[in-house]
Write a protein that binds this ligand. Structure first.
Ligand SMILES: Nc1ncnc2c1ncn2[C@@H]1O[C@H](COP(=O)(O)OP(=O)(O)OP(=O)(O)O)[C@@H](O)[C@H]1O
Length: 294
């Protein structure tokens, strides 16, 4: 049986609209399912905390990357597969995996039943599926989630605009840090680091292809470091990242590895799949082939 988890509030109400469409489609196809609706942050994880693996063969999220992130943390190394009907504002996991954005396409992919095994990275005990970021992107996520303008813009259906506004706000106040990075026992030192992305898959931030070659089945993580760059130049490089063309820029360094330790000289805000995490250290590893995903 499918357990469907719906975040009605995802994507400024897109979750509810897409669920209504999904409900009709599932009825037409005579699919048996159990459905639950999230009511607060953290609820999706709680709903499947004690999942009966003999009864439920797949969890389907109708929601965004934040809801998926909670579910991933409960499904790692389980028999239960994950399906997604992308209804968030960013939908970067769907973009990376080529999941259709329309309800019918996304559901028919799930109902076909063929899954792949995907790697799941972790930083300390926190798993994530797409990208973890330290620095500038973490700060933008933190400021946006706290800001009153987000709530107001969400009500007006302009939620994405709050990210853009905060990118500018953070750009002119952010203080870069010096950072030591250990990748598979090789040691690197960077000055004036703006951001470090540690990626299982290519996309974050609603379509930014920060690590174009990241592959969720190679047992490794791709790392992008942006350092030693002026504020105005960063503003110029930023749009290139929507097509992955930033990687040739002289202030951008790309690596790949399975075990990564990041030590900044001053604290850097960390986000995993867009959710802020309060870790003391940033030691990354990969659980290979740890999640079944449609
Ligand atoms: N009923 C609810 N009311 C408020 N917040 C909720 C509710 N249900 C879940 N949440 C929380 O809302 C946050 C955002 O949800 P989600 O990621 O699904 O959508 P999104 O932010 O619009 O999409 P994306 O992450 O793709 O940009 C998550 O952290 C989730 O835990």
């Amino acid at each position: 049986m499918y357990h469907i988890i719906v975040n009605k509030m995802a994507g400024n109400g897109k979750g509810l609209r897409m669920w209504k469409e999904a409900e009709k489609y599932l009825e037409e196809k005579n699919v048996t399912y159990l459905v639950s609706f999230t009511e607060y942050a953290g609820h999706a994880g709680e709903l499947i905390e004690n999942i009966d693996e003999n009864l439920i063969h797949a969890v389907v999220v109708v929601g965004g990357d934040g809801t998926i992130h909670e579910v991933v943390n409960k499904l790692v190394h389980k028999k239960v597969a994950l399906g997604i009907v992308p209804a968030g504002s960013g939908n970067d996991l769907a973009r990376s995996l080529g999941v259709p954005f329309a309800v019918e396409g996304a559901l028919s992919r799930i109902l076909k039943g063929s899954y792949q095994l995907i790697d799941v990275p972790k930083v300390e005990e926190e798993h994530y599926i797409s990208i973890a970021g330290l620095g500038f992107d973490g700060k933008v996520a933190e400021v946006t989630n706290r800001s009153r303008s987000k709530r107001l813009l969400n009500k007006l259906g302009l939620g994405d605009l709050s990210y853009v506004l905060n990118i500018f706000r953070v750009l002119f106040t952010y203080q870069p840090s010096d950072v030591s990075i250990e990748v598979d026992e090789k040691f690197y030192k960077f000055q004036d680091v703006w951001l470090i992305a540690v990626a299982n898959l290519p996309y974050y931030g609603g379509g930014i292809m920060i690590c174009p070659d990241a592959c969720g089945t190679d047992g490794e993580l791709d790392i992008c470091v942006v350092s030693g760059i002026g504020r105005w130049e960063l503003l110029f490089v930023f749009p290139l990242a929507f097509r992955g063309r930033h990687i040739k820029h002289r202030n951008v360094t790309m690596f790949r590895g399975a075990s990564i330790k990041i030590s900044p000289s001053s604290s850097m805000v960390m986000q995993c799949d867009g959710e802020i995490v309060q870790n003391k250290t940033a030691d990354f590893s990969v659980d290979e082939n740890a999640l079944k995903i449609f």
